[in-house]
Design a protein. Sequence first.
Length: 124
Amino acid sequence: MSSATLSIAPTAPVSIPSTITGTVQPAHNGDFGPDVKPARRTKPSLSPERMLRTAMLDADEWVVEFEYADSKGKRTRRTVSPIRFAAPGRFLALCLCREEPRQFYLNRCENFRLIRSANVMMPV
């Protein structure tokens, strides 16, 4: 019985930490004063390339959603499972809306969102 070996270049793991902005100062009596607001938690945003790479490396867990303008300027919302980067500024992905592989130009994409694939209806 023969076995095949798959070699994958190592990449840094993706972490999406929460960061705290602002500070909370207690009033003199140890309570929060009326003008003191609690710190806000925000997520740092990932670049579109980083979102695509995350979904490529863990396709069972993540998909990417974005707004896409075709060559004629028609805008559509796409949900895709990215496959690979094709060339600078382009990537190949399985379009879950069209249920076919498609090539997308990054400069025509806006409002990227990384979504758990469990929340998306996948084609069979």
